[in-house]
Design a protein around this ligand. Structure first.
Ligand code: NAP
Length: 254
């Protein structure tokens, strides 16, 4: 049987990188998209190859349609037809109250997290539908969109625009799931809570954010990226064969 082929957007660092490496360890070949961190993406590819997978790093801005189309085409040229996609690339922009937010911060976040994610979802749908079986179905294929528990919390005083962008991901997931389940493609979202990645220092601009918020989480700590990746791998797998349109919270009780 041929190996499943997974594309992860934003696979060079953080949660996306953990998903890529865990997927390789579980028998997927992996396309690792990144925007600018070429060295980090190369390290993820090396880790995937060390686990016995074929892997490729593909640069592309997932807010730009031409880049999205090129990354999907190059992934399939390198690894064969895609069977699974994780729609993970996301940013917050510098934290502030809404009144103080730069309009460009809001626009850029929505460009990547909403418009880009919907365009990636569109491309993923087209790729997964491209090689149906004899019954015209794409059985066994799956898409996971990465949301956030912020969609339900609202992220007041930090980045309400980001919370709103993830609310859009939840709606996108519900619609895609109902549209694609009849042809055999399962779509779900995973909504992480606070996870130890560079998003807090590099995207939100507050290196101490995890330490500040961790005591308010019922589990009293942030997640490790692998704890989120584990749930994503479940949602991609046949172990989740009847899980469709679910928003799987990985929030430590928050
Ligand atoms: P991260 O450590 O900052 O990594 C972000 C990844 O996305 C990097 O690989 C980055 O590429 C890529 N990326 C960003 N903008 C991109 C673009 N326009 N095109 C292509 N790639 C892009 O972030 P993370 O914490 O792992 O977050 C991953 C996802 O989880 C996001 O959707 C985020 O909203 C969500 N999430 C995170 C948390 C958390 O606490 N960490 C909680 C809830 C939800 P480069 O390396 O090239 O920059």
């Amino acid at each position: 049987m041929s190996r499943p082929v997974l594309l992860v957007t934003g696979g060079s660092r953080g949660i996306g990188a953990a998903i890529c490496v865990m997927a390789a360890q579980r028998g997927y070949d992996v396309a690792v998209n990144y925007q600018s961190a070429a060295k980090a993406a190369a390290e993820v590819v090396a880790a995937c190859e060390a686990a016995g997978a074929k892997a490729v790093a593909l640069q592309g801005d997932m807010a730009v349609q031409d880049d999205i189309a090129r990354v999907f085409a190059d992934a399939q040229a390198a690894l064969g037809p895609l069977t699974h996609v994780v729609n993970n690339a996301g940013i917050t922009g510098p934290a502030s109250k809404l009144a103080q937010a730069d309009p460009q911060t809001i626009r850029t976040c929505i460009d990547v997290n909403v418009t880009g994610a919907i365009l990636v979802a569109r491309e993923a749908t087209r790729a997964l539908l491209a090689n149906p079986d004899a019954q015209g179905r794409a059985q066994g294929r799956a898409i996971v969109n990465i949301s956030s528990i912020a969609a339900g919390l609202g992220a007041p005083d930090e980045f309400v625009w980001y919370a709103a962008s993830k609310g859009a991901i939840d709606s996108l997931t519900l619609g895609m799931a109902k549209e694609l389940a009849p042809v055999g493609i399962r779509v779900n979202a995973v909504a992480p809570g606070m996870t130890e990645t560079e998003i807090h220092a590099l995207s939100s601009g507050e290196p101490g954010r995890v330490a500040r918020i961790a005591p308010t989480i019922p589990l009293r700590r942030a997640a490790q990226p692998e704890e989120v990746a584990e749930v994503v791998l479940f949602a991609l797998s046949e172990a989740a064969s009847y899980v469709v349109g679910s928003i799987l919270r990985v929030g430590g009780g928050r």
